[in-house]
Design a protein around this ligand. Structure first.
Ligand code: SF4
Ligand code: SF4
Length: 68
């Protein structure tokens, strides 16, 4: 499975800033059984521009380069 260049961690507060910032609309809310709802990053959309990492006030977005 191909992974996106960035991922959202459990530190996400759901503020929505990344959804508004991402030029590719790569973020998708996901329900996680037994865990708080979170965000997935669509590998098919994300270009790795890293603008979301810059904007996230909770430092909840991390680069996953090298783990794909
Ligand atoms: S900007 Fe950060 S804290 Fe806000 S919704 Fe996105 S990942 Fe979560
Ligand atoms: S790295 Fe860029 S394209 Fe990928 S999710 Fe973040 S803002 Fe969107």
């Amino acid at each position: 499975m191909t992974r996106a260049p960035v991922a959202v961690t459990a530190d996400c507060t759901g503020c929505g800033a990344c959804l508004l910032t991402c030029p590719e609309h790569a973020f998708r809310p996901v329900a996680r059984p037994g865990a708080p709802a979170g965000l997935d990053v669509l590998a098919s959309h994300c270009t790795g521009c890293l603008e979301c990492i810059e904007i996230c006030p909770a430092d909840a977005i991390v680069e996953v380069r090298g783990e794909r």
